[in-house]
Design a protein around this ligand. Structure first.
Ligand code: HEM
Length: 492
């Protein structure tokens, strides 16, 4: 390894690499952002690591991350290959499938990588463009995305109300609400809160995220031969497999009832695209990508948004004066009866600032998703060869001391100017930036605003008596989420 690294001049500095394991011992894989922050102090904004024989470069601070994601967007637009997902069908071949209703379908054995971990190239571009425009135009069903979110916010309020002021953990209801938005979008179906199948799905999903954190998955990714040991992937990634089986059942059920004359949801639009023949097939519209793209939307779109909302309510418990100010603005702009809509956002700078600060301080995806250099490139004067894994330490951007006045405090004023008007500093990058920036940002913003304001319009959230002050540090499993806490909702 040493030889390979030495031949590049101006390669970023980094800790000493040991034979075989490289620098893996320097990283606490249960809290990688903390290890990165320590190495950042020692080696500067750009440093290198080595997971066995995989070269990684970690980028820190707003200036460096912006240079990579915005100014060298294409250079860093690729993704590394993740052998640990092969057992779920990513990158693998799938069986052919045919639709119900006597329709045949060009869905022969096909490779697929969905969107999130897809290599930068034609198929990723097509699938991303299709998904963005389908979510945006929503040529399916009669309801707009906003109406769906508003409707779900109503169900969420009823569920909170039925707790009747008893202490409870908001997490299950909020997860349910957020997942329902994805479910109605993809499958045209929502699940009642308390539905046993849905509870099972949420549980499976939580398990599968936990499985991805830690040392072992990292090791399996860089030494994929270990995945060939019989039973290893099934044992290590039980939750992921069960989650994917669940998605498969939903997709297959959908295909059986498919009718091209009546488009119900995202899955139907995708199936219609698949029917277009060879060209569509070349663009990635095949059965395997249908299951992987829908799994991606679930995986990328539910936990991130519901975790952000859980941070939001936690900060409201810890800062009741901020909660009161948000409620005063809701009363002034929306009143107590009318449901909040996205149009209200522009007239509510304080609430908007609070939501942005929740995202900044909550730091839900602290190390982003791994990128890979698509070609040789230069960052901050360092040479980084093609094929290097790039970690964008988003946490170091959202808490960059050079940008934020009080980086380590919850301080909504970060997003307000001297006249109390909303401003968004450029270093606000919780959704990342550039070519691989979050595809669901618009939907996520809608959910955060509508769920947050609808609940605070109807309830005040307080800490139950005799409960310890909730912890403010996060639990890392790809996302950083609050430790479980209890609330009491007081109707307003
Ligand atoms: C990617 C954050 C909600 C779909 C990402 C990335 C981040 C992120 C940091 C990685 C970008 C990169 O590689 O540089 C968030 C946060 C959310 C959220 C903080 C909520 C508060 C959503 C939602 C959806 C979604 C609601 C879908 C409906 C995706 C997809 C990608 C992605 C598909 C992969 C994009 C690609 O590789 O081209 N998100 N996300 N996200 N997100 Fe989100």
């Amino acid at each position: 390894f040493m030889k390979r690294r030495k031949k590049w001049s101006h390669y970023p500095p980094g800790p000493v690499s040991l034979p075989f394991i490289g620098t893996m011992l320097y990283i606490d894989f249960r809290n990688p952002h903390r290890s990165f922050n320590q190495l950042h102090k020692k080696f500067g904004n750009v440093f290198n690591l080595q997971n066995c024989w995989t070269n990684l470069v970690v980028l820190n601070g707003y200036k460096t991350v912006k240079e990579a994601l915005v100014h060298r967007s294409e250079d860093v637009a690729d993704r590394p290959y993740f052998p640990v997902y092969e057992h779920l069908g990513y990158g693998d071949k799938s069986e052919g499938k045919s639709l119900g209703n006597g329709h045949s379908l060009l869905a022969l054995a096909q490779r697929g990588l969905g969107i999130v971990i897809a290599r930068y190239g034609h198929v990723w571009k097509e699938l991303r463009k299709f998904t963005l425009s389908t979510l945006r135009n929503f040529g399916m069903g009669k309801k707009s995305l906003e109406e769906r979110v508003m409707e779900e916010a109503g169900f969420l309020c009823s569920a909170v109300s039925s707790e009747e002021g008893r202490p409870f953990d908001l997490r299950f209801l909020v997860n349910n609400a957020v997942c329902n938005v994805i479910c109605t979008t993809i499958y045209g179906e929502r699940f009642d809160y308390g539905d046993e199948t849905f509870k099972k799905l949420l549980h499976l999903f939580e398990n599968s995220l936990n499985e991805e954190a830690g040392f072992l998955p990292q090791l399996l990714n860089v030494v994929p031969i270990l995945l060939r040991i019989p039973g290893v992937p099934q044992k290590v990634f039980q939750g992921q497999k069960a989650f994917m089986d669940f998605i498969d059942v939903l997709v297959d059920k959908h295909m059986e009832t498919w009718n091209p004359a009546y488009i119900r949801d995202f899955t139907d639009v995708f199936l219609k695209e698949m029917e277009k023949g060879k060209e569509a097939e070349e663009n990635g519209f095949n059965y395997n990508n249908l299951r992987l793209v829908t799994a991606d939307l679930f995986a990328a779109g539910s936990e991130t948004t519901s975790t952000t909302l859980r941070w939001a309510f936690l900060y409201m418990l810890l800062h009741p004066e901020i909660q009161s100010k948000v409620q005063a603005e809701i009363d002034k702009v929306i009143g107590r009866e009318r449901s909040p809509t996205m149009e209200d956002q522009v007239s509510m700078p304080y609430t908007n600032a609070v939501i942005h600060e929740v995202q900044r301080y909550g730091d839900v995806v602290p190390i982003g998703l791994p990128h890979m250099t698509y070609r040789d490139t230069k960052l901050q004067g360092f040479f980084i060869p093609k094929g290097t894994t790039i970690i964008t330490n988003l946490s170091s951007v959202l808490k960059d001391e050079a940008v934020w006045k009080k980086p380590n405090e919850f301080y909504p004023e970060h997003f307000l100017d001297a006249n109390g008007q909303f401003v968004k500093p450029e270093a606000f990058l919780p959704f990342s930036a550039g070519r691989r920036a979050c595809l669901g940002e618009q939907l996520a913003r809608m959910e955060l605003f509508i769920f947050f304001t609808t609940l605070l319009q109807k309830f005040t959230f307080v800490l139950p008596e005799d409960q310890p002050r909730p912890r403010e540090d996060g639990h890392f499993a790809l996302t950083s989420s609050p430790h479980p806490y209890q609330v009491r909702s007081v109707p307003r």
